[in-house]
Design a protein. Sequence first.
Length: 193
Amino acid sequence: MRTSTVKRTTAETDIALTLNLDGSGKADICSGCGFLDHMLTLFTAHSGFDLSLVCKGDTYVDDHHSVEDIGICLGKALAEALGDKKGIARYGDITLPMDEALVLCALDISGRAVLCTDLTLPAQKVGTFDTELCEEFLAALVRSAGLTLHIRQLAGKNTHHILEAVFKALGRVLGKAAAIVGDAIPSTKGVLA
């Protein structure tokens, strides 16, 4: 079973996260930020992974430290659960609609951390969530997991819908890319690092 448990304790956050890549989309998430809980639940359902997460953060300051550190922990868990990446599909892509929003997401489990985003978010907040934190989460995830990730907004006027499309698309492409489809490391170099 491709699973990982990551614990991270800093002066700003205390996080326990368990990820199962061969799950059924089950989410048990308490990030301390309601909107992020919603996004990670969508991510989990669309990836087919199982994700358990508890974060106690300094949300009296704002949600920044929690969101970024959760991205770090999810990335570490993903990298650990993938191991040597033998047999994975490696690539995933989708153009995903969410009502009027349309988001293109393409991913390579390359071992190289590259994030390219093109999002135009009309609102600075959804509920109490600072929408700029979406990119902080993605950057932390990409760095910790060693992913090449491109996300491009093709349409959208409602910030909630745009971000929902981002997290659903991310789940779909990660689920696709992490799927076992063979028995070799999918690289002519013989390593993904």
